[in-house]
Design a protein around this ligand. Structure first.
Ligand code: MRU
Length: 363
């Protein structure tokens, strides 16, 4: 995507090699800052502290993290250490393990002397494939938005609700849930996006809104509790969200609060779509509620808010009483029965074992 006319991905190798660059997402929407990562430890820190975030981008960053590690120690021990360190960074997004497994499988049979070059090439392949996958998700999801537009007799606009940030910032480019929205906008369909602010970290208010504004897509940020009300009043035509891990039977784990939106959508007969690249499918799990590990993050994300003062300073303030305990589960699971369909790079399918197998017969 372009920022001030300049095309960017969310992660790219530094021109002189030996490092990768990222956009520091903790500084958005008020400051656009890029950061250079030179070691595997810096890549791990960037994932943990959410300078990069979103399941596909976490995977790509981990892959480049292994490449950075190979620059410094390409032995078997170095590879194992990189794998273990990066795997620990965040527990829920399965793309992390997927990318690390792929890097390990590619590098293990390679002589240590040749590993750095192979690692950089494989990480670049993972990043490039992510861009292709998301472009396909955009095309496949566009058909659903087109259908909604036709169902309205091409009158007014298509109102789409999304949660968290599943745009290009969450991936290497294009996004997952937002890719169909960009495709619809670019195809001339008048789309309007209700952007859930997505407490506690406000990925919707800070990141999705910033992306949509930059691309000129009509949108409004709403508090997390407003979506149900808008659905009751016919102001949401469809929901599209991303996912951090989807099980083999179609249960969807995504940012905390997604489940409540799916319930409201179900009650109001609003289609609830989940967009996902195939590396987000955990084929080893069935029951998402029972089996997916839910990250519990630092309580300060709940007790404090960061924002910009009117005179331009970035400040953090406390919104809870000093000493009040907080809890901070970062994700929840929406059971497959509440999901209208899954949008993948291979096409659109039912959120079920049969649906997923129809698109991925070899799994
Ligand atoms: O905690 P985050 O910001 O990494 O969580 C991101 C989300 O939940 C996204 O909606 C999800 O990764 C899907 S992104 C393509």
């Amino acid at each position: 995507m372009k920022i001030n006319g300049i095309p960017y991905r969310t992660i790219w190798p530094a021109p002189a090699g030996q490092a990768v660059e990222i956009i520091d997402q903790t500084r958005l929407p008020h400051e656009f800052v890029t950061v250079r990562l030179e070691t595997m430890e810096e890549a791990a820190h960037a994932i943990m502290e959410m300078l990069v975030r979103g399941a596909p981008l976490i995977g790509a960053t981990a892959a480049y993290g292994v490449a950075l590690a190979m620059n410094h120690n390409a032995s078997d021990e170095g590879l194992e250490n990189a794998y273990a360190t990066l795997l620990e960074t965040r527990p829920t997004a399965i793309n992390l393990r997927w990318a690390l497994d792929r890097m390990k499988k590619r590098l293990t049979p390679v002589h240590p002397g040749a590993r750095p070059e192979a690692a950089w090439a494989e990480a670049a392949a993972i990043a490039d494939e992510d861009v292709e996958i998301n472009a396909s998700i955009g095309r496949n999801g566009l058909a659903l938005i087109q259908k909604a537009w036709e169902a309205k007799g091409k009158q007014g606009r298509v109102n789409i609700l999304t949660h968290c940030n599943a745009g290009w910032l969450a991936t290497v480019d294009w996004g997952t849930a937002i890719a169909p929205i960009y495709a619809a906008h670019d195809a001339g369909i008048p789309v309007h996006v209700w952007v859930d602010e997505t407490r506690p970290r406000n990925q919707g208010a800070s990141l999705t809104a910033w992306e949509l504004k930059s691309h000129g897509v009509s949108h409004a940020v709403i508090v997390d509790n407003a979506g149900g009300h808008y659905m009751q009043h016919g102001l949401v035509d469809l929901c599209i969200v991303g996912t951090d891990r989807t099980t083999a039977r179609g249960d969807v784990c995504n940012k905390i609060g997604t489940y409540l939106k799916a319930l409201a959508a179900f009650d109001n007969k609003v289609p609830f779509y989940v967009a996902l690249p195939s590396p987000t499918i955990d084929w080893t799990l069935e029951d998402g509620i029972k089996d997916i590990p839910i990250e519990e993050r630092n309580g300060e994300e709940v007790s404090h808010l960061q924002g910009r003062t009117d005179d331009g300073r970035i400040m953090k303030v406390q919104v809870t009483p000093v000493g009040s305990p907080v809890a901070n589960p970062a994700f929840d699971v929406t059971p497959a029965r509440l999901v209208t369909a899954l949008i993948t790079e291979k096409g659109v399918c039912a959120a079920s074992a049969e649906g997923l197998k129809s698109l991925f017969p070899n799994r």
